[in-house]
Design a protein around this ligand. Structure first.
Ligand code: PLP
Length: 472
């Protein structure tokens, strides 16, 4: 099967000229290199071109062992290729290979990191005089936020919802912090009464709220939880790794997103957002932002190797990681120039996925074969066949549909999500709760092309439901 290498981003990009853009940056960076005079060729790094071509062919053949993340047929996890412009920018910087740990490792990309982080802070409406930096992932960004939380509230634990990303439990363990789970409501948001009761115990120093859970895309009531936390003198960290970019639409008053909680992120103490999720970036790009820049003191350390050209402002002085790709900053910087965080810029990319999710949810409501398992708040849809009478039957049917979808002609690639049995019994009338939980089908509609493909996705998944029902 032949896949086109990139799907066009609807009307937002007139031409995705990946090879032209790559050739352009290679030429420009080569011209820069040539200014330093010829580099003597050393045989140690010589390679026979024919052998490299053979290896590259072997590599690209092996890379076909992948799901087609670029295509709207792929509607599974939070995966898609970066925008071609981000790839060209990443390549340009990679030809230099700057290290954003210290200014000596790459002044240009360190400056781009500061500019890109300022754009992210403005997007979230955080104060311009806060602190922030890129990280290699959302996991590390959350680790940094929890590290700062521990330093400021030693001996007090962390509260997060049962649907928060599993990273919080793991990172709390790493940091020696107690992590207490708060139940979620029927929509998958942190239960505010339970949170209030927990905060009254005095055990908690920091509440982690999730603005867009990884499973369902549920947005915790950040506004209300923040008010509770302030009453109890507790710090608030928002994990917006997946959902942070939707703040663009919230601040524009777009009714497609829950505005009040997304806007309240602006008032919180720290925020994590992952440009490698909804920011069109290749992997290796997370970000952590702090509203109070004075937390920089908690990172204080000295480096005998690296900090020598400047008295101030090495990114390594405000981050736990040492080496980090300057190319990640270059790619994000360029992308945020090309797709500014406005409703017409990056917002238009996000809105297409939101409309696709709403549309699919409506189609599911009207379907005799499929039912929605939750109301999408962002761009994640969950669904299950209506033919199942028990949770265990539902689980088996969803597994069969997932497998058939990927292996039969006219493929469709979904993912599964294990959901609590009681929640499913509430969402799917008439189903018998014979198991504590069941896996349902889940789709993240994060490519704008999904808006143009959602009817086909729905029709194909209906066919799968029919074929699984008739063969069981
Ligand atoms: C993806 C995600 C993470 C983890 O981020 P990585 O970049 O995968 O390390 C944390 N929290 C949430 C809500 C996420 O969606």
């Amino acid at each position: 099967m032949h896949w086109r290498p990139f799907v066009r981003f609807g009307v937002f990009v007139v031409s995705d000229d990946l090879s032209g853009w790559c050739a352009r940056v290679i030429a420009a960076m080569t011209a820069w290199q040539e200014g330093f005079g010829p580099v003597p060729a050393h045989p140690a790094t010589d390679l026979d071109p024919a052998r490299v071509e053979g290896l590259l062919d072997e590599l690209t053949t092996r890379l076909r062992d992948n799901y087609p993340f670029f295509h709207p047929r792929y509607a599974g996890q939070m995966l898609k290729p970066p925008h071609p412009a981000a790839i060209a920018a990443h390549l340009a910087a990679m030809l230099v290979n700057p290290n954003n740990h210290a200014l000596d490792g790459g002044p240009a990309t360190a400056a781009m990191e500061r500019e890109a982080v300022a754009v992210l802070a403005a997007m979230l409406h955080l104060p311009a005089d806060g602190l922030g930096h890129l990280t290699s992932s959302g996991t590390i960004a959350n680790l940094e936020a929890l590290f700062v939380a521990r330093e400021l509230h030693p001996g007090r634990g962390v509260a997060c919802s049962a649907d928060a990303h599993y990273t919080h439990g793991r990172m709390c363990h790493l940091l020696g912090l107690a992590c207490e789970q708060v139940p979620v409501d029927a929509a998958g948001r942190i239960d505010l009464d339970a949170l209030d009761a927990l905060l009254r115990t005095g055990r908690i120093g920091t509440v982690v709220l999730t603005a867009g859970t990884t499973g369902l895309g549920a947005v915790d009531a950040v506004d209300e939880a923040l008010a509770l936390a302030r009453i109890h003198g507790v710090r608030v960290h928002v994990d917006a790794a997946y959902g942070g970019f939707f703040a663009i639409l919230a601040w524009a008053g777009d009714p497609l997103v829950p505005s009040a909680p997304l806007r309240a992120v602006a008032e919180c103490d720290s925020v994590v957002v992952d440009p490698h999720k909804h920011g069109l970036q290749p992997y290796g790009c997370g970000a952590v932002l702090f509203r109070d820049a004075s937390v920089a003191r908690l990172y204080a350390h000295d480096s005998p190797y690296t900090y020598y050209t400047s008295a101030v402002g090495h990114l390594g002085e405000i981050s736990l990681e040492c080496s980090r790709a300057g190319a990640a900053a270059a790619a994000l910087w360029l992308t945020l120039r090309a797709f500014p965080p406005t409703p017409d810029g990056l917002g238009a990319v996000l809105a297409a996925g939101l409309r696709a999710a709403r549309r699919w949810s409506d189609l599911l409501d009207g379907s005799e074969l499929l039912a929605p398992c939750h109301r999408p708040e962002l761009d994640i849809v969950t669904l299950a066949p209506r033919s199942a009478h028990t949770l265990s039957g539902l689980d088996a049917a969803c597994q069969a549909m997932l497998r058939r979808g990927m292996t039969e002609p006219d493929p469709v690639f979904l993912s599964t999500l294990r959901m609590d049995g009681a929640r499913l019994v509430g969402a799917l009338p008439g189903i018998a709760g014979d198991a504590p939980s069941a896996r349902v089908l889940r789709s993240v509609l994060m490519k704008p092309a999904h808006e143009l493909w959602v009817e086909r996705l729905h029709a194909r998944v209906e066919e799968l439901a029919l074929s699984v029902a008739s063969s069981s």
